[in-house]
Each structure stands twice: as structure tokens, then as C-alpha cells.
Design a protein. Structure first.
Lengths: 126, 367
């Protein structure tokens, strides 16, 4: 599996062969607060880089989830729809959002590595 | 304009509050545990709320003040006992609501608790209506602390002996630590609890004492989920200048004796609406599944006709599901009516439901 990459919209992504797994970062969940609702893209649908690919809602507000890369959705995580609090518990592990089959793996190149993201998250929070 | 801070601001900071601006004040939306934990803690133990941004309006006067206030509020104030509180409204001639409030008859006159965002305008309106006959003080030297939840009576009574003898919606002056506190048994969470009016300089120490006894600070986020579960209105959401108490389904708050003769501002409209029914009415809304319908979500019937709008919607931590309130055309206001909510371009099924979502635990009478 590839190194974890991160987007400016606070998604994380890993790549295995041509299938990417995408979720939201721990930093994102800390900003959102308690997550109580998750909506995921439909299996078989196509999503475009930086386009919306779901919604999360906290007790306070709704926020769009973006996809950092383009592709066809091949799997979604029903467990976080059934129990959205799992997203707060393990955002960068078992609470992944969706898997997609990438069209253009070079889209990974512009994303941040962990060190760059941590710095970005710290700066955007202050 | 510079943001205002309550006397507990430092204490909020040291308790790792996340702040938001609310009605010109820097207020804690939540602390480190988060809204759901704070909500549940209030329901099971005791939560402390800084509501010092709300207005504490003291109006001093005798029986003539009561007469003048009866021309404004739809209440039987003549027969209201001293130290008893009533929920009421400040209205315009069309019964549009300027503010909802709690008014308590005290020895010296009345104490009215006003919403933060409305208090300055309320003061102006009331000053114009009452003229200069009565001394009015929108007291900025006092903080207002609410303590809510089943353990609150024990905790507060250990600091202010005797508050356990207060009935719901009554209050009194108490002495504690050589200071005068006005305590009412009331609140806005659906739980038993109290609101304490205390001088600014003593507020922080008082709250630290409550924390030592086991209560915890709770932010405005949980205050909103708690009041919504309890089916209570929030000004600026369920209530505004374009809504009347009848439409808001709050006619219980209008004293019966005042309905026959009127004589208060807005009485004509209210009497007409009670007779003919209001065209729209506030209802509880329970979305199916986990969908959350926020404020301004459009409500439709099954023929694609818009029949109303959501005014508040969130996730209810104690209900463990989504909850909302809104206004619908009266023919759709019956409990169990099927409605549709348009969220992100799609229509989702929901039901009109009875309020509250969460059963109240008020203490009706201890005496």
C-alpha cells in the first residue's frame, strides 16, 4: 500500500494497485465535533477530483466531503452510515468513507504527505 | 463593535471552551468533551450554563406597575403571587413576537429575563410603553448562571441552603457567602434546575464551587440540543416578529382570564386567531432514518406542494436520532401526518410528531 496522502479539504487517501481508500482526517473530525450523520456516494458512480462525494453532519452543521482524486466508486463504508460516531473514534482507520478505482494516478502527486499536512492543518487552525 | 465577554470568560478559557460569537458576546459553544457528552451529562448529572448574555431587567414599582404591565403582557399579573414566574412574550399590535421572556414578580416589582439578541430593543420598547413612571434597570452588573439536571438540586442546595424548597417556576432572594442571590427554579433544558442571578465579581468563584461539587460547564451547543429535545422555542428560529404565540402553539402561556377581555398589545389578533385558528402552526418533526433537516429546510406534501419550513433541526443525543421543529399549514399539523423534507435536492420522508421529544423531569411541587 502507498504512503498516506492528504488534501487541503482534510481528506486522507491511500492507494493499493489502482484502488484508493478515502476518509476524513482526525484534524477534520476535531474541527467538526460529534459527527451524527454521514452520506456516501453511490457505488458505481463517478466522482471528479475536488468534487463533492458525500456529506457529514455534526450536531452543529453539515459539511461536504470532497474527493481528492477522480474515479469510479467501487465500495462504501456502510458501518459509518449506521453509526456515524465511529468517524470520531477512528477517522483514519476503520472509519474510511469510500474506495474508488482511479483513472489517473498522477493526481496523487499534488497531494500532501503527513508532515506537510500536519503543518497545513496547524496553520489553518490558527 | 468590540465583542462582549461575560464575567466567566476566563473560566471558559481555562476549561478549553471553543468560542462562537452569539448576540455580540463571545460565548462557549462547547468544551473539550463535545456537545453529545455535555448533553448527556446534563441529563444524567448536572450541567452549568453561562447565560449571562441574557438580559436581567428589573422594573421597580407598585400596583400601578402591575396594571401597566398587564396592558403589555398577556398575563394575569394581579393574581400572580410574589416570587412566581411566568413565560410570556413582548409583542407588537399584530401579535408578532419581539421577544419571549420569563417574568417574575418580586417584592420590589418585576424581574424580566430577556434574550441576549433582543434585550436592548426590548428595553427601548418597554421604556417607551411605560414612560418614566417606573425605575428600570437592565442590570449589567449581574451574571446569570443556570444549573440543570437531576443532581442540580443537591449540588446547589449544598451551597445555597434552602433552594430545594423552591417549586418549579418560583424564585426568591437567598443569602450565600454574604451576598444576595436571586434564584429561580427554572431553565430551558427539560430538566429540573435553577437559574442564579449573581453579581459579576462573585460569579466565577460561585461556578468554581459548583464544579467542585460535581457539576460541569456546558456550552451553547448542548443547550440547543437539550432545548430542542424538550420542544422549547428559540427566539430567531421558532419565534420572530412574523410569528404569533398562537402560531407558535404557545397559547398555553396566555392567561385564560386575559383572553376574554383582551386589553394587552396584540390581543385582537390573538383572540381572532384562537377563534378562527392560525393558518400555520409550529409542530415537532421526526425525520425517518438518520437524516438531519436544518433550519430553512422546505417541507412538502406528497403532491410536491410546499406546506412549511423547518425552524430548528439537529441530532438529539438522548433521543438518539434526528429531531426538528417547524411550521406547517394547519391541515398538516396533526400528529403522525406524513410529510417530506427537501435536503440537498432530494425529498426525504418524515412525520409530524408530538412535543417534547424527550420527557420532562421538572419538579412540580416540593411543598
Amino acid at each position: 500500500m502507498s504512503e498516506v496522502k492528504f488534501s487541503k479539504e482534510h481528506e486522507w487517501i491511500t492507494l493499493e494497485d489502482d484502488v484508493a481508500t478515502i476518509g476524513i482526517t482526525k484534524h477534520a473530525t476535531e474541527m467538526l465535533g460529534d459527527i451524527v450523520f454521514a452520506e456516501l456516494p453511490e457505488k458505481g458512480s463517478n466522482v471528479e477530483k475536488d468534487g463533492t462525494a458525500g456529506v457529514v453532519e455534526s450536531t452543529k452543521a453539515a459539511s461536504d466531503v470532497y474527493t481528492p482524486v477522480s474515479g469510479e466508486i467501487v465500495d462504501t463504508n456502510q458501518a459509518i452510515v449506521d453509526d456515524p460516531s465511529k468517524i470520531n473514534e477512528d477517522p483514519e482507520g476503520s472509519a474510511w468513507f469510500f474506495k474508488l478505482k482511479m483513472k489517473d494516478q498522477s493526481e496523487m502527486d499534488s497531494l500532501m504527505n503527513k508532515e506537510e499536512y500536519d503543518k497545513f492543518a496547524k496553520e489553518s487552525a490558527s | 463593535m468590540e465583542i462582549k465577554k461575560t464575567s466567566l470568560n476566563k473560566l471558559h478559557q481555562s476549561n478549553k471552551a471553543k468560542f462562537v460569537e452569539f448576540a455580540g458576546y463571545e460565548m462557549p459553544i462547547q468544551y473539550s468533551k463535545g456537545i453529545i457528552e455535555e448533553h448527556k451529562f446534563t441529563r444524567s448529572h448536572s450541567g452549568i450554563f453561562d447565560v449571562s448574555h441574557m438580559g436581567q431587567l428589573f422594573i421597580y414599582g407598585d400596583e400601578t406597575l402591575t396594571e401597566e404591565l398587564e396592558k403589555i403582557f398577556p398575563l394575569d399579573l394581579k393574581n400572580l403571587n410574589q416570587n412566581c414566574s411566568k413565560y410570556s412574550f413582548l409583542m407588537n399590535e399584530d401579535a408578532g413576537i419581539y421577544d419571549d421572556l420569563i417574568i417574575t414578580k418580586i417584592e420590589e416589582g418585576y424581574l424580566i429575563i430577556l434574550n441576549a439578541a433582543c434585550k436592548d430593543k426590548d428595553f427601548e420598547i418597554l421604556s417607551n410603553l411605560l414612560g418614566s413612571k417606573f425605575r428600570m434597570n437592565l442590570d449589567n452588573d449581574r451574571s446569570l448562571i443556570a444549573i440543570q439536571g437531576p443532581k442540580s438540586v443537591e449540588i446547589l442546595n449544598s451551597i445555597i441552603n434552602g433552594v430545594d424548597q423552591l417549586n418549579f417556576m418560583t424564585g426568591n432572594w437567598f443569602d450565600s457567602d454574604n451576598q444576595k442571590l436571586f434564584v429561580t427554579r427554572s431553565g430551558y433544558t427539560g430538566e429540573d434546575g435553577f437559574e442564579i442571578s449573581i453579581s459579576n465579581e462573585n460569579a466565577e468563584k460561585f461556578v468554581e464551587n459548583l464544579i467542585k461539587k460535581g457539576a460541569q460547564l456546558i456550552g451553547l451547543g448542548a443547550r440547543d440540543t437539550l432545548r430542542l429535545e424538550a420542544g422549547l422555542c428559540l427566539y430567531g428560529h421558532e419565534l420572530d416578529i412574523n410569528k404569533t404565540p398562537v402560531e407558535a402553539n404557545l397559547k398555553w402561556a396566555i392567561s385564560k382570564s386575559r383572553l376574554s377581555n383582551g386589553g394587552f398589545i396584540g390581543s385582537k389578533k390573538i383572540m381572532n386567531q384562537i377563534q378562527d385558528g392560525a393558518s400555520q402552526i409550529r409542530v415537532g418533526v421526526k425525520p425517518e432514518g438518520r437524516l438531519i433537516a436544518r433550519e430553512k429546510t422546505k417541507i412538502f406534501d406528497d403532491t410536491d406542494t410546499q406546506i412549511g419550513e423547518i425552524t430548528s433541526g439537529t441530532f438529539g443525543p438522548s433521543v438518539n436520532g434526528p429531531i426538528a421543529m417547524g411550521y406547517v399549514n394547519k391541515e398538516f399539523s396533526k400528529v403522525d401526518t406524513k410529510i417530506l423534507l427537501e435536503v440537498r435536492g432530494k425529498k426525504h420522508p418524515a412525520n409530524v410528531c408530538a412535543l417534547p421529544f424527550y420527557k420532562k423531569n421538572y419538579v412540580k411541587g416540593v411543598n
